[in-house]
Write a protein that binds this ligand. Sequence first.
Ligand SMILES: Cc1cc2nc3c(=O)[nH]c(=O)nc-3n(C[C@H](O)[C@H](O)[C@H](O)COP(=O)(O)OP(=O)(O)OC[C@H]3O[C@@H](n4cnc5c(N)ncnc54)[C@H](O)[C@@H]3O)c2cc1C
Ligand code: SF4
Length: 548
Amino acid sequence: MAERDIIDTDVVIVGAGPAGLAAAIRLKQKSPETAVVVVEKAAEIGGHILSGAVMDPVGLDELLPDWRQLGAPVGPKVTRDSFHVLTRKGDFRLPNFMLPPLMQTHGGVVTSLGDLVRWLGEQAQALGVDIYPMTAAVDVLVNQAGAVEGIVTGDLGVGRDGQPKSGYAAGIGLRAKYTLIGEGARGSLAKQLMQRYELTEGRSPQKYGLGIKEIWEIPDSLHEPGRVDHYLGWPLDDATQGGGFVYHANDRKVYVGLITHLDYRDPTLSPFDEFQRFKQHKSVARLLKGGTRLSYGARTVTSGGWQSIPELVFPGGALIGCAAGFMNAPRLKAIHSAFRSGIAAADSIAEALAAGRANDRLDALTARVMDGPVGRELYRVRNVKPLWSRFGTLLGVLLGGADMWVNQLFRFSPFGTLKHKKADADALWPVSATGERTYQRPDGKVSFDRASSVFLANIAHDEDQPVHLRLADPAVPVRDTLPAYGAEPAPNYCPAGVYEVVEQGGAPVFRISPANCVHCKTCDIKDPARNITWVPPEGGSGPSYSGM
Ligand SMILES: Cc1cc2nc3c(=O)[nH]c(=O)nc-3n(C[C@H](O)[C@H](O)[C@H](O)COP(=O)(O)OP(=O)(O)OC[C@H]3O[C@@H](n4cnc5c(N)ncnc54)[C@H](O)[C@@H]3O)c2cc1C
Ligand code: SF4
């Protein structure tokens, strides 16, 4: 490693999401003299945050009980919460009494998580937390005993050829007594640490979904602030899990999204195009037809749940929030658990620092999280995702619902604990077995193409920097994946049009346009050859979401 400036602090936190900011705020509440630094790769706090979101406020209640009086920017309380099963032409609403209580949220609020974390950032700064936006953590510092003792931030001003250009500034080391990784789903440092410290040993593989979301402004006559609708079924086929949502926020805004689980089989399936189809269903299109699309973005969620949670602690720090995978997939809720895990990590660190410890394992944290409300919530829904994967959406949802009811009433599951069989990268079949999928051209009113969508993600990305989508072997996509599957899946799964297979001189060529990347991490998860590694580009690169 080149000579770097090293700055000492007490605690360094990677990621200004709900998990990272909850940890920072809690640490300062408990011991104001503790020095806390948060690094965030987005140009502004919240710029890379994408969520639904209906938030269960229990996590925020625990962090800042008077958040309402303090003016936290949350939207309306949920006034009506409905589950629907869609067919191509039909929409069947499930009566609420059929829904297991584990699926319900009392006191839920429709929220822009991006706006909320921006506000939380201000609360943290007011308490004395140092937040560095535009700063990507690219590596960890490891001491001689093999414990993590901080992070390394990315260099600025490196050209595409890897050589320094004018304005070059080497990244710095932030050396700390404890390091928390709050990078969200499929964190790049979290992935490194899981390998280095074998944190996933004995766990089921993590499972993921790709969430694609738009914000629309719709006519007043159709807008019902606080109305929440979740959809299962069409347009996803029975072998592909996931579901759609439409949340009515304030100011005539609706949040429209579709999550496609990444263990789908068909290499020609495109989550982006499935989302366009979802919007064309009459139940959704009726809202959007007279409206205006304001923004677009995409981000993965974890869906493996309890069986896939890695060991949370490593020497010198811990994984928090969705970097560890606390998403309750059937309920599509994890913000409250991100808060709670950040709070628990802060409490464990405060105790350790008070005892004069540093750079050791925060062993008490695992029990605090997994035996507490976060682990208990995930444990009770642990079989739902494996049942969906084994039996398909229709039967799987019925069995999953029955399992949740039995859990609710008798506190046990007739299925024991089902494992996830394979990682999402291993789920693809060749096109010869699935058949090739084709999608209709967008209508430009409700459905759109990738280029016009990505434009609404407000991406800033200097092209003259090293490509942050690293291919272990650049020949693999055309030489191996294309013939093995009959299609290269990357152009289909990437929601931002980063990957293309084009003809050059009569031969296929795999082309990458990194400047389109919205940092969803799907390619790092779904590439069947595990040939693509997503690393953070220069700090400040990527989408600049507003209100996501
Ligand atoms: C489409 C969709 C819908 C959802 N709907 C809901 C919902 O309705 N209700 C609910 O409760 N939950 C929902 N979730 C889940 C919820 O958004 C997440 O659980 C939550 O955001 C996780 O918080 P986090 O702090 O762990 O990570 P994140 O919110 O992902 O924040 C991580 C932060 O770390 C930064 N970062 C990452 N890597 C680095 C690095 N190396 N260096 C510097 N910074 C870095 C990122 O830029 C980001 O700002 C949804 C998620 C999606 C994608
Ligand atoms: S390149 Fe990868 S991380 Fe970037 S938008 Fe496409 S799939 Fe997502």
